[in-house]
Ligand binder design. Structure first.
Ligand SMILES: *Cc1c(COP(=O)(O)O)cnc(C)c1O
Length: 364
């Protein structure tokens, strides 16, 4: 159902927010996704009524009936984006309208109602504004997690008639431990993440649940991340559990797997495609096979490989392990082109470089 009237937000500040001393202690070393701000946004949806009861209020537990649909059939989607503190004391977000659009595409796939894009952006804007003191200084940022889930109390299998949209925020530190910290990846040749016709292109919790067993295999093999192959041939590289992937060749050209319904259309991925064009780097969106990856790494034709997404921005891949043996990319560390693209993107996100594409959204 489409919403026509604008949604009005009620604002109810936390009666006893975290003290400045305690907050400062948390912000000194926030980690990732462990600490949370004082507030949250909630908006309710009811069939026949549409979106209503929008509120910015204290962050608190949500009462839930044990028969709530999401607990049984996983009708849930989410987004992830960051707010950054700027040099002049303001705050910005990177392409939040793209997250709003993707959120509605995910909603469509999971048979959920769409949320007006303006309301999505206003919700994150309001949370960043009310929790502005929680945006870390320096290399940290405020990670924002909008999500929506089915909340009808009913065990029948059908799209829910009730939903809850919530935004929470978590201060996060720099994802990078050191400048040259490449990760090792496990190529999963049995388990798959997404099949043609499935939910691979939707950002839904179910995809992550399906990826966890492979992630455990990766840990067992001493790797930090999993690379998934296509579900049909187990041959073509698709993406990591939560990041897209790029391959950099000796002529500086790049390859990234094409979006075809089984890969999550990353906003970082799309931004890198645009930046590469600006930098006159040729990028081919075409299938790339595991065998080819191994052969190109051995011949030296492949120089670098990196993963990309909001959480870690660009992460170089140094070592690849699989059932059929291991191989190293380049010198096993990061590469010049990965670092250059990473620096270019981060400088735009943090307002240190000219925003040529209108990607930066000012919150205040
Ligand atoms: C969120 C996500 C990404 C990265 O998307 P960004 O918009 O760049 O953060 C990549 N793959 C999966 C599976 C994801 O869930």
């Amino acid at each position: 159902m489409s919403q026509t009237l604008p949604i009005e937000f009620a604002e109810q500040p936390h009666p006893s927010p975290t003290t400045p001393e305690k907050r400062a202690a948390i912000l000194r070393d926030p980690g990732f996704g462990r600490a949370f701000t004082d507030h949250m946004v909630t908006i309710r949806y009811s069939e026949g009524k549409g979106w209503h009861s929008a509120k910015v209020g204290p962050r608190e537990a949500i009462p839930m009936d044990p028969a709530s649909a999401v607990l049984h059939y996983s009708q849930e989607i989410f987004e992830g984006l960051k707010a950054y503190r700027t040099a002049n004391g303001g705050a910005v977000m990177f392409r939040p309208e793209e997250n709003a659009r993707r959120f509605n595409k995910s909603a469509e796939r999971l048979a959920m109602p769409s949320l007006p894009e303006k309301t999505f952006v206003e919700a994150v804007d309001r949370l960043v504004a009310i929790d502005r003191d929680w945006i870390p200084e320096g290399e940290g940022s405020l990670y924002l997690r909008p999500f929506m889930f089915a909340n009808e109390v009913f065990l029948g299998v059908k799209p829910s008639s009730e939903y809850l949209f919530i935004v929470i925020a978590s201060p996060v530190g720099s994802y990078f431990k050191s400048k040259d910290s490449a990760v090792s990846v496990w190529v999963e040749q049995e388990l798959t993440r997404a099949a043609p016709g499935g939910t691979g292109a939707a950002k839904c919790g179910g995809n992550y649940a399906a990826s966890l067993m492979a992630q455990m295999d990766a840990y067992k093999h001493g790797c930090e991340q999993v690379v998934f192959l296509d579900a049909v041939e187990r041959r073509w590289i698709e993406e990591l559990g939560g990041m897209n992937i790029f391959f950099v060749f000796d002529d500086s050209s790049m390859v990234t797997p094409p979006l075809g319904g089984t890969i999550l259309p990353g906003i970082t991925r799309a931004s890198i495609l645009t930046l590469a064009k600006d930098m006159k780097i040729a990028v081919r969106e075409e299938p790339y096979a595991l065998d080819q990856w191994r052969a190109d790494a051995a011949s030296g034709r492949l120089r670098e490989t990196f993963a990309c997404g909001t959480a870690a921005v660009l992460t170089p891949i140094g070592t690849v392990k699989s059932r059929d043996g291991d191989f190293v990319i380049g010198n096993g560390g990061s590469g010049a082109q990965t670092e250059k693209l990473k620096a270019t993107l981060i400088d735009i996100q943090r307002c240190r470089a000219k925003d040529m594409h209108g990607w930066v959204h000012k919150v205040f």
